[in-house]
Write a protein that binds this ligand. Structure first.
Ligand code: SF4
Ligand code: FES
Length: 281
């Protein structure tokens, strides 16, 4: 599908509801969905669908039910439906979450409100444009750089690493690039050039990898005016990560690494602790 990049759009405070609230029949949920097409002059609205709830139904399932049975024009993005691809980030009752990992039952609410992730331009309805997000990720060079492979050719010889060295960055490899952390970040909201918690945590992931020799190139980006020192440690990025990654920690460790190398302070990279996965219903 070809999409055009649009300006970031605030979710409207005043919205139109197409179905009035009332006690809904047992086994159903009211799904209020943000609808907006930036290619038209129409204002954003909220449209309500009454969706029959089945055991284990996720918010993504409910949206797909509405799309299949009521409104085929509803736009959303998803792929794996199992919390792997990172495509289905959306605001669910005011919090950034993965639609495919959030069960209707766990929300414990008669009404579920769904909208696009903030801090991203809206493509249409719940679908947002990740062009800047992916571009920030590419800028930090998210791959191992080795002197033997200046042209990014595969390294011919085996590059060994101990278990302890691996644990220095391992939790950051669990990132699925869902972008929820950037959606929750107040600095991303103010500064569209800010690299954001996802990209900066990944910069640390590669800086902390004993096989990597790309620090000078990566540091020039991480230590730029829109780099790691723009972070004010709100911590909201880590609070919303669905994979138990702690991007706020990654950004702070990156700051420390920048200073350590800038002032040639000795010491070792601290092992980033593994985070506990969130329990699911
Ligand atoms: S750090 Fe977590 S919230 Fe951020 S993109 Fe990666 S998986 Fe998503
Ligand atoms: S559809 Fe892949 S993470 Fe939700």
């Amino acid at each position: 599908m070809v999409v055009e990049t649009q300006e970031r759009k605030e979710v409207p405070k005043t919205v139109h509801v197409s179905v009035p609230h009332r006690a809904q029949p047992a086994g159903t949920v009211l799904l209020r969905v943000f609808r907006y097409n930036p290619n038209t002059k129409d204002e954003p609205t909220m449209v309500t669908f009454r969706v029959p709830v089945t055991k284990g139904m996720t918010v993504l399932d409910a949206l797909l039910w509405a799309k299949e049975h009521v409104d085929p024009g509803l736009a959303l993005r998803y792929s794996c439906r199992m919390g792997i691809c990172g495509s289905c980030g959306m605001m669910i009752n005011g919090e950034p979450k993965l639609g495919c990992e959030t069960q209707i039952a766990e929300l414990g609410a008669a009404t579920v409100e769904v909208g696009p992730l903030p801090n991203y331009p809206i493509v249409r309805d719940v679908a947002t444009d990740f062009t800047d997000f992916f571009s920030h990720h590419r800028r930090i060079k998210p791959y191992l750089i080795h002197k033997d492979n200046g042209g990014l050719k595969p390294v011919e010889r085996e590059v060994l690493q101990t278990e302890e060295q691996k644990l220095g960055y391992y939790q950051f490899t669990m990132c699925i690039m869902c972008g929820l952390c950037d959606a929750a970040c107040p600095i991303v909201a103010m500064d569209q050039e800010f690299l954001g918690p996802q990209a900066l945590a990944q910069a640390y992931r590669f800086a902390a990898d004993s096989r990597d020799e790309g620090w000078p190139e990566r540091a020039a980006i991480a230590d730029s005016p829109h780099g790691c020192f723009r972070c004010e440690l709100a911590g909201s990025c880590s609070a919303v990560c669905p994979k138990g990654v702690d991007p706020a920690l990654g950004v702070q460790l990156l700051k420390r690494e920048v200073l350590r190398r800038r002032f040639r302070i000795g010491g070792f990279l601290v092992k980033a602790p593994a985070r506990r996965q969130r329990s699911r219903l």
